[in-house]
Design a protein around this ligand. Structure first.
Ligand code: JFZ
Length: 433
């Protein structure tokens, strides 16, 4: 009997090997998660060959462009104005604390020097420069974090298994060769985590491409373990639009704040992991020449504040031009956001979502005994805060310290403002007991 039980247990162990189910983040990783939450604001950069076609990063599949024809773009890619120092300086000026760069998007072109495919910016273009290396060196020099986007799908490689996109690019074999493609990805991830210094996060994207084939095994456990082995503080993120898998360190939302789903890509529950929402500054991720529909600085700041109120980081995207420059409007938005952050950064960086949650008028962020009330949209001079079980000691306008009168009742406190707020964000600082 005993031996039967033992062999049953043994069988269980063999059948269900200890996977990342038991993922225990290391101390370094837990520390990196908190630092990530403190940063609050990052800039996403979508850059690849698609910039030349200027119709966004999905143009290859949307227009069923033949993979061999598309690859010829590389021979003409010469972003003569690329200057990593200039990019990093413009981004730093916004108050952003990290950059997330597309090392290889769905088009399959590697924007870095890789041994594992010639289809890369050094070997396949006349530019011949490792733009990732230049960017990484500048990020490290100027003291800003670097995260790397890495696509799980590839519309160019013949060994990449077909999903629901990239079917019309002329590749011969829908089945691909998973073993070969998986090894390729892990080899590239090893390069990315070995040759470019400290990497804050690997930001995966593409698992959703197999959503019609739910049994598809991406073998993520082993891939995540590889990342954590190479750089224990590197956060694993995956834009799969569902509940985080074991081994992931942050949770991503696309085009919506956590808990909202206006774009239809973010119906997943909000987990207890650090949160990040990615959003476009205009309407597209990759450079799109006809898209001048930039969000106003006011909208961008309010989106950043709304993310912070929801305890999430904002990863705001820019699609660099084919000539290597950031679009002028984007640079201007960065500068204006930075101006605001110079004054109000203290109410954003290092905070957590406050004890008064999101409301139509705005919400709160919190650091220690300071509660920052962010008023984004209020047609009133009085603002009620449901703070029944807290004691407010002081209230003042954050910007100049002018005291704010308040009244207490059983349900909470009512702030009595001097005027109906019209600023981008009227911040009232409360000192709690
Ligand atoms: C993904 C990428 O496809 C996109 O190019 C960009 O990088 C963004 C940040 O992440 O966005 C998606 C993902 C899935 C769908 C659409 C866009 N989808 O399922 O249709």
């Amino acid at each position: 009997m005993k031996t039967r039980l033992l062999s049953f247990l043994l069988l269980c162990c063999l059948a269900f090997p200890v996977r990342a189910q038991s993922y225990q983040p290391t101390e370094e990783n837990l520390k990196a998660r908190q630092e990530f939450r403190d940063k609050k604001f990052g800039i996403f950069l979508h850059w690849g060959l698609y910039a030349m076609l200027a119709t966004g990063e999905w143009t290859m599949t949307n227009n069923n462009l033949n993979y061999k024809e598309y690859a010829k773009l590389a021979g003409g890619f010469y972003p003569s104005k690329f200057d990593a120092a200039k990019w990093v300086a413009a981004i730093k000026a916004s108050g952003a604390k990290y950059i997330c760069f597309t090392t290889r998007h769905h088009e399959g072109f590697s924007m870095f020097d890789t041994k594992y495919s010639d289809y890369n910016i050094v070997d396949a273009t006349p530019f011949k420069r490792d733009v990732l290396k230049e960017l990484a060196d500048e990020c490290h020099k100027q003291g800003i974090g670097l995260h790397l986007y890495y696509s799980h799908i590839d519309w160019y490689r013949e060994d990449a298994v077909w999903g629901r996109t990239g079917r019309g690019t002329g590749r011969p074999n829908p089945k691909g060769n998973w073993d070969s493609y998986y090894a390729f990805m892990n080899n590239q991830l090893t390069e990315l985590l070995t040759n470019y210094g400290l990497i804050g996060a690997i930001w995966f994207d593409g698992v959703w491409d197999q959503d019609e084939n739910p049994d598809f095994d991406w073998e993520l456990d082993e891939q995540y373990a590889l990342i954590h082995k190479l750089q224990p503080s590197c956060l694993v993120a995956n834009n799969h639009h569902i509940t985080p898998f074991p081994g992931e360190d942050i949770q991503i939302f696309e085009r919506d704040l956590p808990g909202e789903n206006t774009a239809g890509l973010s119906g997943q529950d909000v987990s207890s992991l650090p949160l990040e929402t990615c959003q476009t500054m205009n309407g597209m991720w990759g450079y799109k020449i006809t898209d001048q529909n930039y969000k106003s600085t006011r909208e961008l700041i309010q989106y950043l504040v709304s993310a912070a109120v929801k305890d999430a980081n904002l990863l705001m995207n820019i699609g660099p031009q084919p000539d290597g420059e950031l679009p002028e409007v984007a640079v201007q938005r960065l500068a204006e956001m930075g101006e605001w952050m110079k004054t109000y950064g203290e109410t954003i960086y290092g905070t957590r979502g406050g004890c008064v949650g999101p409301h139509p008028w705005g919400g709160t962020t919190q650091k220690g005994d300071k509660l920052y009330v962010h008023i984004l949209n209020l047609q009133d001079k009085a603002l009620f805060l449901p703070l029944a079980d807290r004691k407010v000691k002081k209230a003042r306008y954050f910007v100049d310290g002018t005291p704010v009168k308040f009244q207490k009742n059983n349900e909470g406190y009512t702030l009595l403002l001097n005027a109906v707020p019209t600023d981008v964000d009227t911040v009232i600082e409360l000192e709690l007991d």
